[in-house]
Design a protein. Structure first.
Length: 317
C-alpha cells in the first residue's frame, strides 16, 4: 500500500519540502456521503471566521470546483500544479464564495485550485524520472503556504496515489460518513487505511496525517437505523472527536445554487449551517494552530449570538 512512498523515499536522499500551514484532507472510502459538501462548507465556514483558506480539488469529479466556480473555468488546474509544484501560486484563483458578505466582511478569503477531470492515480505514482512524484501535493502546499492559514483538500473516494499524496501533504484527515450501514463500513475501511499508511510512512521517516475528526452527514434522528448507526460509529471512533449534521432537503438545493450553507440565507438551512460552524470550530481546534483556534472561537461566539437572537425573537413572537 505504501510501496510507492517507500520507493520514492529510497530514491531521494532528502525529504520533500515541508510546511507549517495546517492542511486538512477530507476523505472517504465510499462516495455519496457528502464529502465534497463537507470540505467546501468547512472551508467556507473557516473563511467566514476570518481565515485565509485555500481549497485544492483533487477529486476527478471536480464537484467542489463546479460549486465554488459557477463560471466555466478554462485556466490552470491542479494537474498543472502537480506537474510543476513551484508554479502552484500561479494556479490559485479566488472562488466565487470569497465575494459573499459572510466571508468578505470577516476579512477572510477563500481561494481554490480547480480540479481536473483527467487527473489519475498514475500521475502521482513515482517513476525513475520523477521519484518524488508522490510528494508533489506536499510541494504544492509548500509553495503557497505562506499565503494561507488553512489548506483543504477535497479527495476522491479511493485509496490510490492521489489520496496517498494527500496523506503525505496533510496534517489532519477528516473522515466523512453517514449513519447508513454501508457508509459505516466505509468509515471503518477509511480508518484502517489511514492508520496503516501512517504507520508505514512513519517507519520510513515521512510524516503522514491521521484521522483527527469524523463528520457524520445526513442524520435523521427519527430513524431507528440512524440511531443504531450513531452507536456503531461511536464505538469505532472512541478516541476521535466527531459531530453529526442533520438531513435537510434544503442542502442539495443550496448546493445547486452554488452557495455554501453559511451564505444560503434560507431559514430551512440554518440548523445545518450552524452544525457546520460548530464542527468547523472543532476541526480548527484539532489543527493545533493559534490563528485557527482564534477563528474557531469567533465561529462559536457568532453561533452563540445567533442562538440568543433566535430566543429573543421567539420570546417576542
Amino acid at each position: 500500500m505504501v510501496s510507492a512512498a517507500q520507493q520514492a523515499h529510497s530514491r531521494v536522499h532528502t525529504h520533500a519540502q515541508r510546511h507549517t500551514t495546517p492542511v486538512i484532507g477530507a476523505q472517504s472510502s465510499k462516495g455519496g456521503v457528502g464529502k465534497t459538501s463537507a470540505s467546501a462548507n468547512v472551508a467556507a465556514a473557516a473563511a467566514s471566521g476570518g481565515a485565509r483558506v485555500l481549497l485544492i480539488d483533487v477529486d476527478q469529479q471536480i464537484s467542489a470546483t463546479s460549486v465554488m466556480l459557477t463560471r466555466h473555468h478554462t485556466g490552470a488546474t491542479v494537474l498543472d500544479s502537480i506537474n510543476n509544484p513551484t508554479d502552484t501560486p500561479q494556479h490559485v484563483i479566488p472562488s466565487d464564495w470569497s465575494h459573499l458578505p459572510e466571508i468578505r466582511n470577516s476579512g477572510g478569503t477563500l481561494d481554490i485550485i480547480p480540479g481536473h477531470e483527467h487527473l489519475t492515480d498514475t500521475q502521482l505514482q513515482p517513476t525513475p524520472e520523477n521519484p518524488r512524484r508522490l510528494f508533489a501535493l506536499r510541494e504544492c502546499v509548500a509553495a503557497v503556504s505562506d499565503n494561507y492559514d488553512l489548506v483543504v483538500f477535497d479527495c476522491p473516494p479511493s485509496k490510490g496515489s492521489i489520496v496517498q499524496s494527500v496523506l503525505l501533504a496533510s496534517s489532519v484527515i477528516i473522515a466523512v460518513t453517514t449513519p447508513e450501514y454501508l457508509d459505516i463500513r466505509g468509515l471503518a475501511e477509511t480508518l484502517r487505511f489511514v492508520d496503516a499508511f501512517h504507520r508505514e510512512a512513519q517507519a520510513i521517516g515521512e510524516p503522514s496525517a491521521q484521522v483527527g475528526y469524523v463528520i457524520v452527514n445526513k442524520l435523521d434522528i427519527q430513524q431507528r437505523d440512524h440511531r443504531d448507526g450513531l452507536a456503531e460509529i461511536s464505538s469505532q471512533v472512541v478516541n476521535i472527536p466527531w459531530r453529526q449534521t442533520p438531513r435537510r432537503a434544503v442542502v442539495p438545493r443550496v448546493t445547486a445554487q452554488g452557495l455554501p450553507l453559511i451564505g444560503a440565507g434560507d431559514r430551512a438551512a440554518a440548523p445545518v449551517a450552524e452544525a457546520v460552524r460548530e464542527l468547523t470550530a472543532d476541526i480548527l481546534q484539532v489543527c493545533d494552530s493559534p490563528v485557527l483556534a482564534e477563528v474557531g472561537e469567533r465561529l462559536r461566539q457568532a453561533g452563540t449570538g445567533r442562538k440568543h437572537t433566535s430566543l429573543r425573537r421567539q420570546e417576542t413572537a
